[in-house]
Write a protein that binds this ligand. Structure first.
Ligand code: NDP
Ligand code: 2IT
Length: 448
């Protein structure tokens, strides 16, 4: 970056922080994009004069509301919920809902902001949004989950629609929660519409949506390796998380002949020195997806390391699939020391800003989530298409389209992130390719 570009970046970030105080996750997500696009932005005087960067970092609107619900023992509880409708420049707002005690406006703004460029990269007509609540699903009964979801939709329904805003799942929101939300939407609106994605297969859901984020991430990783004439066969992979993304990522890695060394949850990580086996995978899926249990309870092999993250385990590839900022500078140093060559993000922004800089300096290939985890929202986009056409595609058809979309995203990153030595800067490539389309749309729309 030239001194003039660095100066512009500093002054832009100063203004952003001033306008959005105490929102560190949002600042981090914006800084990453702004660093990548600043040289291009400054070369395009029209973009700068139209203040495209300032406009893109200001959400279209944020809806904030109270969700009141009743516990099984008859107590009344209230949580806070939001929908951040960030940008509909490229299509109806689209993005997940997260239920986790760490959810706040900063977290949802970072996620909604990233979603704009992720959705742009997919090539499908989708804008960017995110929503959720600081509600903690841990320890809640199924009836409590139902009452909470019904109550949340009682407010949310007036802000969404299949051509307006189409939420889906994220942390703490899986197919059970989407079903509760969708049921309440139908009751309130008295009309069927594909207003949520990740629905059950019996009521408008798409084949492969459950698997799409994890599988897509592995397809992306295979593309990265393919570019270097390598494959996943025999590669040692450290995976974090044991939720939707981690589970189906691990499944596809095993299918491709890679060795899955670890899985984790908020209590610690499980280490499988000889690689996770298919029977162990099934048992963990059942433990986490059906029983909502803890990895510490897993009794079918693997060594459990309480309160530890998996990044000290020597691996060729690290695939963080749990949550934001779960891989910091110390972890990155450890990975580099152990010879890791690729960090491929299944989660959104799992790598801290300084860790990302360190990985780039040390020539570790780093795929940011907005490229590598875009498989989930891509199949959500395909679910919207199927709903609009009133038909459903076979699993093979959806999987074929998913593979093609991930290969196209890789090609877009390669085109915009090419380095002089022939390698690919995936962070720069994904940010620039994603941003340019949205910026051009905003320019074309005039003063909106
Ligand atoms: P799930 O709720 O299914 O699983 C989340 C996993 O991450 C669990 O293992 C959970 O552990 C762990 N985790 C969550 N928060 C923390 C934390 N603060 N510290 C340590 N571990 C944590 O969520 P998903 O798999 O759907 O989402 C995982 C990541 O992938 C998120 O960043 C999400 O935004 C991203 N993503 C998800 C997509 C999707 O389609 N679902 C699409 C694209 C990205 P525990 O069980 O102990 O809570
Ligand atoms: O972060 C993400 O891309 C998601 N949680 C999925 C969003 C979606 O609309 O499928």
């Amino acid at each position: 970056m030239t001194p003039a570009e660095a100066k512009e970046l500093k002054s832009f970030m100063k203004g952003l922080k001033h306008r959005n105080p105490h929102q560190s996750e949002f600042h981090q997500a914006v800084a990453e994009v702004a660093e990548s696009v600043m040289p291009w932005y400054l070369q395009h005087e029209g973009m700068r004069r139209a203040q495209v960067l300032e406009r893109i970092t200001e959400p279209d609107r944020i809806v904030s509301f109270r969700v009141t619900w009743e516990t099984d023992s008859g107590e009344i509880r209230a949580n806070r919920a939001w929908r951040v409708q960030f940008s509909n420049a490229l299509g109806p707002y689209k993005g997940g809902l997260r239920f986790h005690p760490t959810v706040n406006e900063s977290v949802l703004k970072f996620l909604g902001f990233e979603q704009i460029f992720k959705n742009s990269l997919t090539g499908l007509p989708m804008g960017g949004a995110k929503g959720g609540s600081n509600f903690n699903p841990k320890g809640k009964s199924e009836r409590e989950m139902m009452r909470f979801c019904h109550s949340l939709m009682t407010e949310l329904h007036r802000h969404i629609g299949e051509d307006v805003d189409v939420p889906a799942g994220d942390i703490g929101v899986g197919s059970r929660e989407i079903s509760f939300l969708f049921g309440q939407y139908l009751r309130l609106e008295n009309r069927w519409g594909g207003v949520l994605t990740g629905k059950g297969l019996a009521f408008g859901g798409s084949a492969v949506r459950t698997e799409a984020t994890g599988w897509g991430c592995v397809y992306f990783c295979a593309e990265m390796l393919g570019h270097r004439d390598e494959s996943l066969e025999g590669k040692r992979v450290a995976v974090s998380g044991s939720g939707n993304v981690a589970l189906y990522g691990a499944q596809k890695l095993m299918e491709k002949g890679a060795k899955v060394l670890t899985l984790s949850d908020s209590g610690g990580f499980l280490h499988f020195p000889d690689g996770l086996g298919p029977e162990q995978w099934k048992a963990i899926r059942e433990l986490k997806e059906e029983r909502h249990g803890r990895l510490a309870e897993f009794g079918e092999g693997g060594e459990f390391h309480e309160d530890k993250r998996p990044w000290a385990v020597p691996c060729d590839i690290a695939m963080p699939c749990a949550t934001q900022n779960e891989l910091d500078l110390d972890d990155a140093r450890q990975l580099v020391e152990n010879g890791t060559k690729i960090v491929c993000e299944g989660a959104n922004m799992p790598v801290t800003h300084d860790a990302a800089h360190f990985l780039r300096e040390r020539d570790v290939l780093h795929a940011p989530g907005k490229a590598s985890n875009a498989g989930g929202v891509s199949v959500s986009g395909l679910e919207q298409s199927q709903n609009a056409m009133r038909l459903s595609w076979e699993p093979d058809e959806v999987d074929r389209r998913l593979r093609r979309i991930m290969a196209e995203i890789h090609a877009r990153c390669a085109a915009d992130g090419e380095r002089p030595d022939g390698g690919i800067d995936y962070v720069k490539g994904s940010n620039l390719a994603g941003f340019r389309k949205v910026a051009e749309a905003l320019r074309a729309y005039g003063a909106v």
